[in-house]
Design a protein around this ligand. Structure first.
Ligand code: URA
Length: 242
């Protein structure tokens, strides 16, 4: 791939801006400055690392990442009252082109402003669709702090299914465990609007805190602090596919 095309594909600006960065000697490929935008770069080599203005960047043909979403952030490109989760990502991830258009990575589903935990983001439309599809039943695990102490009746009703106000078909938890008097671990395989909060309200309780700890076989790593992100590797993607 041409070097200017490579930079463009990774989100470093328009083709013109990328060519300018290269001509000004601001781009290094595998440790050597490269000033010709037409230089052919082998992207197939396992780990292609280049740098732009001293910032190292690993080439990824497609972007798959996880973010530990902090409270007080919105999963929207045009947030209202709260900062956007996208503002936690470096600029190239927000500028990656899809089909030639600058779109950046997109969140796989949404979490509420006050929900924390595991959020996946990608620029691979097919992956986003697969992960969101209710037909695939990808399990999402939520740690729920409730206002009132939980009882077995509430747990059993969540497992049996509750009717929400926008659909006569009951929604049920795929798994539900009372971990502590006010801590419920709830597994869902769909993603309706405010689903956890509405299901917990339907059994007469109230969500005071909500944290997503797992999607499929992929758990939020303990070392990823709120607001931090990291790339997903092949083993992470395998855990999501399983
Ligand atoms: N269910 C909710 O109610 N809120 C979320 O953020 C996610 C699931």
């Amino acid at each position: 791939m041409r070097l200017d095309e490579l930079l463009f594909s990774q989100g470093f600006g328009t083709r013109r801006i990328c060519a300018g960065l290269i001509e000004r000697g601001l781009v290094e490929v595998r440790g050597s400055v490269c000033t010709d935008p037409g230089t052919q770069v082998d992207t197939e080599t396992p780990e292609l690392v280049f740098s732009v203005q001293g910032q190292p960047w690993a080439y990824h043909a497609k972007a798959y990442l996880m973010l530990h979403k902090p409270a007080g952030t919105e999963c929207s490109h045009r947030p209202g009252a709260w900062p956007s989760v996208y503002s936690l990502l470096p600029v190239p991830l927000r500028q990656r082109p899809t089909a030639g258009k600058v779109q950046g990575v997109q969140a796989v589903g949404r979490l509420d402003q006050d929900t924390t935990g595991l959020l996946l983001l990608s620029d691979d439309g097919a992956f986003i669709h697969r992960m969101n599809s209710p037909k695939r039943h990808v399990a999402k695990v939520y740690e729920v702090t409730t206002k009132h102490e939980l009882d077995e009746k509430q747990r059993d009703r969540l497992l049996a299914g509750v009717v929400l106000d926008d659909d006569p078909k009951p929604v049920r938890a795929a798994a539900c465990e009372i971990v502590a008097p006010s801590h419920l671990r709830l597994t869902l395989t769909e993603g309706k609007y405010h689903q956890v909060k509405r299901m917990v309200a339907a059994v007469g309780n109230r969500v005071e805190g909500l944290h997503r700890s797992r999607i499929g076989g992929l758990a939020l790593p303990a070392e990823l602090a709120p607001g931090q992100w990291r790339w997903l590797g092949a083993s992470d993607l395998a855990l999501l596919a399983g």
